[in-house]
Design a protein around this ligand. Structure first.
Ligand SMILES: NC(=O)c1ccc[n+]([C@@H]2O[C@H](COP(=O)([O-])OP(=O)(O)OC[C@H]3O[C@@H](n4cnc5c(N)ncnc54)[C@H](OP(=O)(O)O)[C@@H]3O)[C@@H](O)[C@H]2O)c1
Length: 357
């Protein structure tokens, strides 16, 4: 904005008001970071803000303080992220909501509407009558009127109780696809969830859901990275108009001390060296090129920045061929959700399993 000609239009006290207006609006522009160009994807429900093509994961151990979680979300907003993934289970809804509120106060984001927020319904709340109250509780935690995307976290239902992990085998009950999805549709109709979707659903689970859905899911969030490529599921979702989001896009957080097959992949390391990028960037770029939205978690500002810088370069055809030949290995399974002891009383683990291909 050209300041002087604008001020010349005013005189006396009006000029002082005009100056104050300029200080506020120009100051706000200056306070906001130069935004990386992040592409956005319109989701099928179309009611809300389009989904930025990369987001930030927030799953973390309960031992991390809310202050650290809030600081990490604020750092992500500062470097330019406008898309966050949380869940009732994670304990990050409240710190994330506080970070977004603070970023709005500081003028870092213009308003809550600038940010795309996903949260999820936990298995203990996967009962028709508990879906809406659970979303309302998530909204209270987030201090928000609506979420951009509400997901059924797993095709698993367990006896009602507070969100917890692992789940007791004897508490698992049959998943009411129709009843739970009707309640999700109601959340959307009420405007509390601009879009609704699922997570950890296989093609078999989606078949069951689509058979009863009036409003089909907009998103299926699943484990996906170069080491677990989900080809069958991705083809299915593309055919049905369901956007896939990739969790553990960097191979996950190593909760149980195993190696990380993504970050330690020699194939990805060679490609990273040749392109002058990091292994993380190669993985995220590959996911993006598959038409999938990665949601890497990082609490480190430099790594957060790196995870945004994946849109102004490309992998080569040879890179893609090499990545397509990486041996496949999945980390997250339904079996790992349950404590090892105890017995399933009324469900089969195979009906909930999420490994396919
Ligand atoms: N729907 C589901 O069932 C489900 C399941 C799992 C996860 N999720 C969601 O997906 C998100 C991401 O998945 P994830 O947390 O499992 O793992 P991830 O994003 O694949 O990996 C996160 C790990 O990578 C590190 N990291 C991040 N950026 C890096 C970079 N540029 N270079 C090197 N290391 C980097 C992080 O450490 P620093 O923090 O130290 O950078 C962290 O330890 C979760 O946070 C959660 O929101 C959903």
């Amino acid at each position: 904005m050209h300041v002087k000609p604008f001020l010349r239009l005013y005189s006396g006290r009006h000029r002082a008001h005009a100056r104050a207006f300029l200080d506020r609006s120009v100051g706000r522009e200056l306070a906001r970071p130069a935004m990386a160009a992040v592409p956005e994807v319109a989701l099928r429900h179309g009611a809300g803000r389009p989904m930025p093509a990369v987001g930030v994961g927030t799953a973390d151990s309960a031992a991390t303080s809310p202050e650290t979680k809030r600081g990490a979300a604020l750092a992500a907003l500062e470097v330019g992220f406008r898309h966050f993934d949380t869940a009732a289970l994670y304990g990050t809804e409240a710190p994330l909501g506080e970070a977004i509120a603070e970023a709005t106060r500081r003028g870092l984001v213009a308003s809550r509407e600038e940010v795309f927020v996903t949260t999820k319904l936990w298995c203990t709340q996967c009962h028709p009558g508990l879906v809406l109250p659970s979303l309302r509780e998530s909204l209270r935690n987030l201090q928000m009127e609506y979420v951009d995307l509400y997901l059924v976290h797993w095709p698993i239902s367990v006896r009602p109780g507070p969100p917890m992990l692992p789940v007791k085998r004897e508490d698992a009950v049959p998943f009411d696809f129709e009843g739970v999805w009707r309640a999700m549709e109601e959340c959307h109709r009420l405007g509390l969830a601009k879009a609704i979707g699922v997570s950890n659903f296989t093609t078999k689970h989606l078949d069951k859901l689509l058979a009863v859905a009036t409003i089909p899911p907009a998103v299926n969030q699943v484990e996906m990275n170069p080491v677990w490529q989900q080809r069958t599921l991705r083809e299915y979702c593309a055919a049905k108009g369901i956007r896939v989001a990739a969790y553990s896009p960097l191979g996950g957080q190593n909760w149980i001390g195993e190696g990380n097959d993504v970050m330690e992949s020699p194939v990805l390391a060679d490609i990273a060296r040749a392109r002058g990028k990091s292994i993380a960037q190669v993985s995220l770029r590959w996911i993006h090129e598959q038409g999938v939205t990665p949601i890497p978690k990082s609490y480190n500002k430099e790594r957060l920045k790196q995870n945004l810088e994946i849109f102004d370069w490309e992998l080569t055809k040879e890179d893609r061929l090499k990545i397509s030949q990486i041996p496949q290995k999945k980390i997250v399974t339904a079996a790992r959700m349950f404590s090892p002891d105890g017995e399933f009383a009324s469900v089969d683990l195979s009906d909930m399993e999420i490994v396919e291909e």
